[in-house]
Ligand binder design. Sequence first.
Ligand code: R5P
Length: 309
Amino acid sequence: MNNCLIFTGNANRPLAEKICEFLGKPLGQMEVSRFNDGEISVKIEENARGKDVFIIQPTCAPVNENLMELLIILDAFRRASPRRITAVVPYYGYARQDRKDRPRVPITAKLVANLLVAAGAQRILTMDLHAPQIQGFFDIPVDHLFAAPVIITYIRSKNLTNPIVVAPDVGSVKMARAFAKRINARLAIVDKRRDNPDSVEATHLIGDVSNCEAIIVDDLISTGNTVVEATKVLLENGASKVFVSCTHPVLSGNAITKLASAGITEIIVTDTIPHQSLPEPFTVLSVAELLGEAIKRIHQETSVSSLFI
Ligand code: R5P
């Protein structure tokens, strides 16, 4: 790994430090600060010429600050003559606007892809994209990892007696089905309706969850409304316990308080997005080793695809 350098902006330094610890490398020296008026200032403090550079920066809240930091860091590197620049974006924000589902709306997932490439990214390493087809918004290589191996190992260790995996909406069915297959469980689906971004209603359940330990599987929790509504339906239909597995804890507004009092046994999230501390019933699993292993394989040009399962 001698010819490889790893840097981070301010979005998730603890995760970047864990990745570096796994790789046995120090974090690259770079100053990312603000001018008096709030503009971002970046200064790379070591020679990057000819190096394989990885920049770790999820585009989580504050989304615009973190995204802009990433773009400016990329620009600084493209002018420093590295061999290759990989943007490691464990959580890819702005992904929920991924198609023109109404007239006169943007496709921000595509806009961000364009911006990253224009700023200098030559390769992307990311995890549990909101929609897998976002990969296709890039014309550069994208390695799309799943947090499932980390979460599934943890769930297996719980030795649940009668688990059933639940997709909290139609969009999550594919992810939930893959999850169910790997833990050898059945699949149920909640019929969720969303009238606007902040309000959802879950009314129907497809599948029998009575006396089951239900595991809701989703890529992200933002307001928490999807999970809270799905939990209500599951408990009303006789689930003995409700677990939640979610890769990206966006947790906007009062989501933490709402989820903590929703009757959920455990909410398993990862550290793609940092939080000072999360109360019970949250459990945070680290994806640092998975991302570190992918960085190692990309750098050593060995197969990354065996990490995709
Ligand atoms: C939906 O398409 C996603 O997979 C999540 O279920 C959703 O974005 C979660 O949002 P919220 O927590 O605000 O209901």
